[in-house]
Write a protein that binds this ligand. Structure first.
Ligand code: XLS
Ligand code: NI
Ligand code: NI
Length: 432
């Protein structure tokens, strides 16, 4: 045990507690639709925001002072000790990390790699002791200046090679730790200006890179899911993995639509001009729904502010889509969220997660009630009932000429029906 969280108790479910360190809605063992809440939500803590981020913004640097900040392996171990202390306090089942979050960069590729293996072996022991599991691992192919012009999509083949070699190591350590997914977020896979960019070539590079990752995962027997995390921009002006629809087209193009799924982040959906539930519903319709990053943006600043979720109605609509998609298999709810830079204290880190988990629990309960009650789905089905008839089905197997003749013969004159939007919004609000 480190002393960073001294005085903070393990958080348990106690809705009547008079202090803040309690779950008021997240009751891990409570059954909903045949599964426990813990099994539905599959919460994960993001190592980077909670333990690597120093509190900087575009106008100022570090605000947090943490005993594990520093670039030695000793620091990395104190960071790991503190992280696992937090996991114990929260009792969430999973965590996620990038290579760069967990070990200091070495002077050479070999040194960075040796450090990654050393610290992940250390994780392995701690995971065994605490029972915390790895939801996903990933490579940070965006922070170091070598990636400023892209990783897989870099104009320099040496950077492609360095990135591919790094992904191999990161898949290896994810596999070693029993990770249930491997994520690729293309933070620099895009462009700042088309004037210097060969989009066709860069897209081909990205496609081949992803194929190599999939081939390697198969080769070593990695059973988890490979996930792409769509995002339209930030840090680059335009990113190739813009949104779920774009990623699906890309996967189809490279024959990967049955190999790769998506990790959908609320804030990224908003940046792409969609709602979170839109992205979830589309991924489910396309058969590529994988996992979620449950962090929101600030709607005024309109940037990827990575805030902990705090709106039950928004979260409920998201989990409604997750439940309709059949729930998570390998995926889960990752809090890719960071504190505000004024939230300096150890307890801020704990309470941010406690609040977020409670909001998700309330959202999940509302979503389960909506689905179990069935009124919304009944209304949706009734709206499309015509398509269930023999005539509706026949239409799709017909052709324009036959349909044209039939419409004339029947003197068809379709009558519009109400979409009942307000009534359905009223209905949805009753569960919240
Ligand atoms: C950044 C992304 C990143 C990924 C993991 O916006 O959300 O944190 O989740 O690389
Ligand atoms: Ni993000
Ligand atoms: Ni994310």
């Amino acid at each position: 045990m480190t002393d960073f969280f001294d005085g903070i108790p393990a958080i348990t479910y106690d809705p009547d507690a008079t202090h803040d360190f309690t779950y008021r809605s997240y009751n891990p063992d409570e059954m909903l639709m045949g599964k426990t809440m813990a099994e539905h939500l599959r919460f994960a803590v993001a190592y980077w925001h909670s333990f690597a981020w120093e509190g900087g913004d575009p106008f100022g640097g570090q605000t947090f002072e943490r005993p594990w900040f520093g670039d030695t392996m000793d620091h990395a171990k104190i960071k790991a000790d503190t992280a696992f202390d937090m996991f114990k306090i929260l009792g969430q089942p999973y965590f996620c990390f990038h290579d760069a979050d967990v070990r200091p960069e070495g002077d050479t590729f070999a040194e960075s790699t040796a450090r990654l293996h050393e610290i992940t072996d250390y994780f392995g022991e701690k995971m065994e002791q605490t029972g915390t599991k790895l939801l996903w691992g990933t490579a940070n192919l965006f922070s170091n200046r070598r990636y400023m012009s892209g990783a897989a999509t870099n104009p320099d083949p040496d950077v492609f090679a360095y990135s591919a070699a790094t992904v191999k190591e990161c898949i290896d350590v994810t596999h070693k730790l029993g990770g249930e997914n491997y994520v690729l977020w293309g933070g620099r896979e895009g462009y700042e200006t088309l004037l210097n960019t060969d989009m066709k070539r860069e897209r081909q590079q990205a496609g081949r890179f992803l194929q190599m990752a999939v081939e390697y995962a198969h080769k070593i027997g990695f059973k988890g899911s490979i996930l792409i995390e769509p995002k339209p921009q930030e840090p680059t002006k335009h990113q190739y993995d813009y949104d779920v629809a774009t990623v699906y087209g890309f996967l189809k193009d490279f024959g990967l639509e049955n190999e790769v799924k998506v990790n959908i982040e609320q804030g990224h959906a908003i940046l792409a001009g969609h709602s979170f539930e839109h992205e979830l519903a589309l991924a489910s319709a396309l058969g590529i729904f994988g996992s979620i990053d449950m962090n929101r943006n600030d709607y005024q600043s309109g940037w990827d502010t990575d805030q902990f979720p705090n709106s039950v109605p928004e979260v409920a609509l998201a989990y409604y889509e997750v439940l309709k998609a059949g729930g998570f298999t390998t995926g889960g709810t990752n809090f890719d969220a960071k504190l505000r830079r004024q939230s300096l204290d150890a307890q801020d880190l704990i309470l941010a997660h406690v609040g977020a988990m409670d909001v998700c629990a309330r959202g999940l309960k509302a979503a389960a009630a909506m689905l179990e009650d069935g009124k919304l789905e009944d209304a949706r089905e009734a709206r499309y009932a015509g398509w269930g008839s023999a005539r509706g089905q026949g239409l799709l197997n017909s052709d324009l000429e036959t349909i044209n003749a039939q419409v004339k013969a029947d003197a068809l004159n379709p009558q519009p029906a109400s979409g009942r939007q307000e009534a359905l919004e009223n209905l949805a609000n009753r569960y919240l």
